[in-house]
Design a protein around this ligand. Structure first.
Ligand code: SF4
Length: 382
């Protein structure tokens, strides 16, 4: 990606230097300025200008270099790691999530039972389901084992496959973080090819699960591309996968769920109606509470570009009109006897506004927090 602005690129081109070939159109653009603007956005090639100076070409060659290499792992190249080009997620986004691998050593006792636990492990968080990414095979590897993993859809690696990566020893936690950070800085800030390989940390057997969890969490945040564990512990892997999901979502694309009416606990005409936005975290917080209340309920989820309740309201993505349209679209008035809609407490100021556009419904102001819904429902249904 070019690191110069369009104007900065233009300053290198013939028109800016008042040379006779300026604005010659040989690049296919009407002016040097037009070419410079496109080049800065990476939407054309520097070679199209026969007069582009070597200095500018060098800047572009440098800027086009990938800070960190991407490496495919798994016998069928199923898992892609590396390719990161920022230090902080909010600078842009992280690209390929840190892979999590567990060792299966066929020389160990009970390795088959361990393998069964690994292949059966699965967690779902915010609509995404995760399994262990890679099985790192050691010892004698028989075709029956690899066939079994293939059939179960698991990617596997052997020591040989780690050659393209840089191994970081799991030693003192602060020193290890410092090493991982230094490598990422060299790769991203200096584009130093000596540091461009993805890195992995190998965790030997560790009795202290809390310590292991803390260390692995640190390294996942800064800046391991692959974590390999000799032990398999479901709680540890669940923790890391949940953390990873948070770090590797694109901050420019909020997690969202489909805008529609969701049904809970065998809805009937006595069902309660709740309202929220389509920000995934808000949805799951509210949906989990409604499910546990164990009363038939509809949850109306408005189209709010994945914003939380107050953010959506302030950005005018949660207006009385949007609520009315969503309720009308799903014909809720025909589905319930008790025409009440419970709105989030944070939007209590919208009560009258929503009542105006939904005259068939009474609007009840719910609590500010999802975990208070059960008590609120008790109060209104007793
Ligand atoms: Fe300018 Fe080069 Fe394009 Fe000619 S070819 S218009 S000099 S950028």
């Amino acid at each position: 990606m070019a690191e110069l602005s369009g104007l900065q690129v233009f300053k290198y081109l013939p028109a800016a230097k008042k040379l006779p070939e300026g604005n010659c159109k040989k690049c296919g653009f009407p002016t040097c300025m037009a070419f410079g603007l496109k080049l800065a956005k990476n939407q054309t090639e520097i070679e199209l200008c026969p007069y582009a100076p070597e200095e500018l070409k060098e800047i572009f060659t440098q800027s086009m270099k990938q800070p960190q290499k991407e490496v495919m792992l798994g016998h069928k190249n199923q898992i892609l790691i590396g390719g990161e080009n920022v230090l902080f997620r909010h600078d842009k986004t992280f690209i390929n999530k840190t892979a999590i691998a567990v060792v299966i050593d066929t020389a160990e006792k009970n390795w088959e039972a361990k393998l069964n636990r690994i292949t059966e492990f699965e967690i779902t968080r915010v609509n995404e389901t995760f399994k262990v990414d890679l099985i790192y095979l050691k010892g004698e590897i028989k075709p029956e084992l690899t066939d079994k993993l293939d059939n179960l859809g698991f990617a596997w690696i052997i020591e040989e496959n780690l050659k393209e990566l840089t191994k970081i020893e799991d030693g003192d936690v602060f020193e290890t973080i410092q090493t991982l950070t230094d490598i990422r800085k060299k790769a991203v800030l200096e584009k130093d090819e000596n540091y461009s390989s993805p890195v992995y940390v190998y965790f030997k057997h560790e009795e202290d699960l809390l310590k292991l969890s803390a260390k692995a969490s640190f390294y996942l945040c800064k800046y391991a591309n692959l974590l390999i564990f000799e032990d398999f512990n479901e709680a540890l892997i669940s923790t890391l996968m949940t953390l990873r999901q948070n770090i590797y979502t694109d901050p420019q694309k909020p997690l969202q769920v489909e805008s529609k009416v969701y049904e809970f606990n065998n809805v009937d005409e006595n069902a309660l109606i709740f309202l929220t936005t389509n920000f995934a975290l808000t949805y799951f917080a509210v949906a989990n509470e409604i499910e546990s209340i164990n009363k038939p309920a509809y949850l109306v989820v408005t189209p709010s570009d994945g914003m939380s309740v107050l953010t959506a309201w302030s950005a005018e993505k949660f207006t009385a009109q949007i609520v009315a349209r969503t309720v009308a679209k799903f014909e809720l008035a025909k589905k319930v006897k008790n025409k009440q809609i419970i709105i989030p407490g944070l939007l209590s100021h919208m009560k009258e506004e929503i009542e105006e556009v939904l005259p068939d419904f009474k609007i009840l102001v719910g609590p500010n927090e999802a975990y208070l819904l059960a008590d609120f429902v008790k109060q209104i249904t007793n």
